[in-house]
Design a binder for this molecule. Sequence first.
Ligand SMILES: [Zn+2]
Length: 321
Amino acid sequence: MNVSSEDKFSPTQNILSLSEVSFIGEIWDKHRANADKVSDYYAQAGEGYFNRYAWRVKMCSEWLEFQLVSAKPEGILQFKLSDAKFCRVRHCPVCQWRRSLMWKAKAYKILPQVVTDHPKYRWLFVTLTVKNCQIEELRETLDWMNKAFKRLTELKVWPAKGWVKSIEVTKGRDGISAHPHLHILAMVQPSYFSHAYLSHSKWVALWQKCLRIDYEPVTHISVIAKHHDPKILIPEILKYQVKESDLIGDKEWFLELTRQLHKTRAIAVGGLLRHYMRELEEKNQDLIDESEETDEVESNHADLTVTESCNPKASNKVIRE
Ligand SMILES: [Zn+2]
């Protein structure tokens, strides 16, 4: 990735890599390098629509335009993405990263309002799993898990009044299977702990019953301590659907993953939270708008700051080689 500032330099004489200009550049470079791998996998597949994906991912974020904007504390300038062209291919590492940033930013905006409106509610983090499946059976398995989850939410004992559910798929330890699991951030009334409490074994039994299986599925439940902010779980609940290292680890697994997850939904919102999420979902889902600092960079990272002497209106155009 190269940077040229047309204001001061001739682009051909003073080309810097983006990572030399800003710590954010390292993150871009990492995701972009993985996007090249994914693009090659699609290109090698020899299937019609994979060829189009290969081309789109190849061209993704070729052009990035940053502006220097004033950030807190006063007088410190930071790079902010102002224009870019994203391919929006689901498993493009760059777009997956941007999408995750967008969802997290939304959740960080929503949750304080939910907490203000429902101050007595408590928060649970639930992970529901099943045994690994073959990657070729992933779509069928997710369909079954989603149906089981719906049955769970329809039970009388289901304690959550609102929830966010995300699906994560990791590669099995054998390198060929898939491990799909559901992460759920759930809000429960305080009476859950006095009148409606579900022990771990009860959760396991309920999930088993809804799945209609003969084994006890692995299930994790944790409770956010009273007065602790549910925001701490946002990175966990809205992380990538498939880890980047799993995306780029094996071509065949990756191509089958693409086929299996085509047009499946990664995140769903239910109950009370639907009202809050829907409001934000109607807004422009622009992959440009979210700041990288939300995710992998501390906002006060020294490498991000530029002194006051820079022109705040200067636009740093970035062109990838
Ligand atoms: Zn992309």
